[in-house]
Design a binder for this molecule. Structure first.
Ligand code: C2E
Ligand code: MG
Ligand code: MG
Length: 550
């Protein structure tokens, strides 16, 4: 029994004995019904020592003391047997209740914070630890290392799941030994079946500071083979390291863990043994909020006008005519700042939230188009939609209704749908696209070249434009290969009567090359970045509706 449980038990025993003594004396001398209070020590005893000991105690109390107590009725002789029996029942139920409570508390502690398979504290436990330290504003030298086995699936298929446990246990033992040698504390957590975390806390000055040594030791621990069932197995262990000396002001305990996890993801993608989280390799990503933190605010953002549209011109390359603009969504969060579409659109596309976003975009775009047309700016507008939108039963009707309500011809609207998302539920998507096509709305296949659509699909799709992905355009200046690929795409599209749009044009050389190979339209920072509506009006007027390559 632990120290604290032992002292609680001693106090409990003392209270019970004192109560028996007091109540027995009281009931004997005062000859009152106070004898009923003798239940209190039984309840206390059973609560502390459980139902079995409680039952023995209740029986002893009942048999020894009840005959001494005066009963409620005059003929008390039979009552003491009944009372002994009821004491027993009380003891049993209280003992059982206390056991349930104990299990529940244990369950809360053990199950919520423990990985049963690994018999180690889990991710909740680590987050709690980090949050507590953050709230207490602890400072020191900390290193959080996330270890991931990238060949876990193959290993588990060959040797069974136990092999991961055995690799991690050996890894843990090596780390504990290493930490002991280096004189720092280490806590081990299991994040999931193929991921573990080691939280190093500096104990002696400069131990963690011997950076190179610390890292090379970790790598050599990871690189050694592991023994499982008499076989040497190779666990492809990758490490993500995040060092910090102060907790960030956010009190968000999960932040250091998310950095170390990001680092390990990069390590796996780039086949490196160890990646250290630092501003150099993560500067862009880390300044934005996490998608999961902001998804719940999408509706509010739409209602509060934190979301708005910007417009990027598309140029007819042969004539320079500014024929269309692409509406791109922007989200300016009042607290978290700018949230790029790449962060929330893919997440929203996994849920019905994309319906609300697209609804907002279409209404705004159509309103804007009407305003521009009234002031003599004759451009089409392109909106990005998701395949999920096409699966909504009334989507096409709604778009057509909005156009006719605003007295706009369907030809003034273009929709862009990303190539990579097309293959899922192809037939439904195709039906939706056909309905748009029949209604004379133009369709562009966005980010072409990044997905896996075969030529067979291309032929089936009722598309008007192929939008060549910017990754090809970006490489035009450096690689002969990209030039050839882009030319091949343009020729292929023309051969099936589809026009081409090059996106991401950043230099005059790219513009000229694309013009020479007869790419139909171009879009990119070279001509104009996405602009707010007023800025677009000024830019359009300055250029008189025709862009001249300068
Ligand atoms: P996208 O439809 O392919 O849009 C083109 C993206 O490339 C835009 O990024 C645009 O700002 C950027 N871009 C254009 N020209 C250049 C250039 O010359 N250089 C570089 N580096 N970038 C250029 P943005 O606005 O961040 O949008 C990213 C993606 O988010 C879009 O790719 C689109 O797939 C999605 N998205 C944006 N707005 C919406 C929307 O309203 N609805 C939906 N469903 N998706 C949207
Ligand atoms: Mg687009
Ligand atoms: Mg694109």
């Amino acid at each position: 029994m632990s120290e604290s449980k032992y002292s609680i038990a001693k106090v409990g025993v003392f209270i019970v004995i004192a109560q028996i003594f007091v109540f027995s004396l009281a009931s004997y001398y005062l000859e009152s019904e106070i004898a009923c209070l003798s239940l209190i020590p039984i309840v206390c005893f059973s609560f502390i020592f459980g139902e079995l000991r409680g039952l023995i105690f209740a029986t002893v109390v009942g048999l020894c003391f009840s005959p001494l107590w005066i009963d409620f009725n005059d003929d008390g002789s039979a009552w003491w047997i009944f009372r002994t029996f009821s004491y027993g029942l009380v003891a049993l139920s209280v003992g059982f209740l206390s056991r349930t409570l104990k299990y529940y508390t244990l369950f809360e502690k053990e199950i919520r914070f423990t990985d049963i398979f690994m018999e180690l504290p889990n991710k909740h436990a680590l987050c709690k630890k980090l949050t507590d330290m953050s709230k207490a504003q602890k400072s020191g030298n900390f290193a959080l290392v996330v270890v991931m086995i990238s060949n876990s699936k193959t290993l588990a298929e060959t040797f069974g799941n136990e092999v991961l446990k055995s690799i991690f246990n050996q890894f843990k033992d090596r780390c504990l030994e290493f930490a002991k040698k280096m004189s720092f504390d280490v806590e081990v957590y299991s994040l999931n079946s193929d991921k573990m975390a080691f939280f190093f806390i500096e104990n002696k000055e400069n131990a963690l500071d011997e950076r190179g040594k610390f890292e090379s030791n970790l790598i050599s621990i990871a690189k050694k083979n592991f023994l499982h069932d008499g076989f040497f197995v190779h666990g492809d262990c990758h490490l993500g390291l995040y060092r910090f000396s102060d907790f960030l002001e956010t009190n968000d305990g999960e932040l250091p863990l998310s950095y170390a996890e990001e680092a390990v993801d990069i390590a796996i993608k780039q086949m490196q043994d160890l990646v250290i989280y630092g501003p150099s390799n993560f500067s862009q990503k880390s300044k934005y909020p996490k998608a999961s933190d902001i998804l719940g605010e999408i509706d509010l953002a739409i209602r509060s006008r934190w979301m708005f549209l910007v417009y990027q011109p598309k140029i007819d390359m042969a004539t320079g005519k500014i024929s269309s603009v692409e509406a791109l969504i922007r989200w300016n969060h009042p607290v978290k700042g700018f949230v790029p579409p790449g962060l929330f659109i893919p997440q929203a596309e996994q849920s019905t939230l994309i319906e609300n976003i697209t609804d907002f975009v279409i209404r705004q775009a159509i309103l804007q188009l009407k305003l521009w047309q009234r002031s003599g700016i004759n451009v089409n507008i392109a909106i990005n939609i998701s395949t999920y939108n096409l699966l909504q039963p009334n989507f096409v009707n709604k778009v057509l209704y909005l156009l006719s309500e605003n007295k706009l011809p369907p030809e003034s609207l273009e929709i862009e749908i990303t190539e990579g998302t097309l293959i899922a539920d192809f037939q439904h998507v195709l039906d939706g696209l056909k309905r748009f096509h029949d209604a004379r709305i133009k369709i562009a296949l966005d980010d072409f070249g990044t997905g896996y659509s075969s030529l067979q699909y291309l032929q089936k799709l009722p598309i008007d434009y192929l939008k060549i992905d910017q990754s090809f355009i970006r490489n035009l200046g450096t690689g002969k290969e990209s030039k050839e690929i882009v030319k091949a795409i343009v020729d292929l599209a023309h051969s099936i009567n589809v026009k081409t749009i090059a996106e991401g044009i950043e230099t005059m050389a790219d513009y000229e090359y694309l013009n020479n190979i007869n790419c139909d339209m171009g879009q990119g920072f070279f001509m104009s970045k996405p602009l707010a509506s007023n800025a677009f009006v000024s830019w359009y007027s300055e250029n008189n509706g025709v862009y001249r390559c300068k």
